[in-house]
Design a protein around this ligand. Structure first.
Ligand code: GLU
Length: 313
């Protein structure tokens, strides 16, 4: 259904949020980052960005939240644009892990000790290490510049409380990073690379912005708003493939069957879903299931996928 009746599109979004928000009761907000633990559980917002750039939203679409793991897609994009595929994939793999996103176990047991993919924490920290620049600020700016262009929001910023909260409670990520340094996957100053990683995870957005990011991925890097190709098609293809194989943590297989849209979630409850050549979706629902995905967010995407026949498979 691509000849959208826009009034019914808006109605469907509102009704679907209304009859899905109760799912939030089945999940929990994460407790390992204090700033995330303060989020209110019963929230659900969705935005859809169509091919022509128009955006429709319902529910808590204007509430800010942090990108968290969704940002890993864009640090990967910057690393691929700066260094090319060969360099990046010499240092990080292309396979799903079957382990939790912050697991350390395979780093030691698999040889060479490179992280299995860029969507797990170890892989994303390795990717952060590849972003060049003279200071953390300069390196972060490379990611921010891309995200500001894609979202059309020049004021996009890092949520400082979230960043501090992550930094102060990041012993697990620190352990991953020092292991990567010991294995020669990370060069340079480990604390600076961790700092870059915490900051890009703490970039604040709304579902409207996430839907725009997704729409540009769906359009293979073409931004209808600026009429510019913002990154090469090949880079979009690689990112979307990782979204299918490892974007929804250890539930990526189940999500592919039930929803069938390339998607990346984050522990703040966001999900970015890119329906190739059709639309981008941004969803926010802070209560997570035991795999780390927004419970109500996944359900909402499943309902919309069924209704609008969005599965790519
Ligand atoms: N900043 C979070 C962490 O490092 C990101 C995790 C996520 O969203 O999956 O634990």
């Amino acid at each position: 259904m691509d000849n959208w009746d826009l009034t019914s599109l808006q109605r469907v979004l509102e009704e679907t949020v209304q009859n899905t928000i109760g799912e939030a009761e089945k999940g929990q907000v994460p407790s390992y980052i204090p700033e995330l633990a303060r989020q209110e559980k019963r929230r659900l917002g969705v935005s859809v960005c169509l091919k022509d750039g128009s955006v429709f939203s319902a529910g808590d679409a204007h509430l800010p939240f942090t990108l968290q793991s969704i940002s890993k897609t864009f640090s990967l994009m910057v690393a691929l644009c700066e260094h090319g595929e060969r360099y990046v994939f010499e240092r990080v793999g292309k396979e799903p892990t079957g382990d939790p996103f912050n697991s350390i176990i395979k780093l030691e047991t698999i040889k060479p000790h490179k992280p299995l993919n860029p969507m797990i924490n170890a892989g994303a920290i390795a990717v952060a290490g590849m972003i060049p620049g003279g200071s953390v600020e300069e390196r972060l700016e490379k990611i921010m510049r891309l995200l500001r262009k894609m979202t059309g929001n020049p004021d996009l910023r890092v949520n400082d409380e979230m960043y501090q909260s992550e930094k102060q409670t990041a012993d697990r990520n620190r352990a991953l990073a020092y292991f990567l340094k010991d294995s020669r996957i990370l060069d340079g100053d480990v604390e600076e690379t961790l700092d870059l990683y915490f900051r890009h995870c703490s970039i604040e957005v709304t579902t409207v912005e996430v839907a725009r990011l997704a729409a540009i991925l769906a359009a293979d890097g073409y931004d209808i708003a600026s009429k510019e190709q913002l990154f090469p098609r090949e880079v979009a293809r690689i990112c979307k493939t990782f979204m299918v194989t490892c974007g929804m943590y250890n539930a990526s297989g189940e999500f592919a069957i039930d929803v069938g849209i390339p998607a990346k979630s984050g522990v703040a409850g966001g999900i970015m879903a890119a329906v190739p050549q059709r639309m981008g979706l941004g969803v926010f629902g802070p209560a997570l299931d035991d795999k780390g995905n927004s419970v109500a967010g996944v359900k909402l995407l499943q309902k919309l996928s069924d209704l609008w026949d969005l599965s790519i498979f």
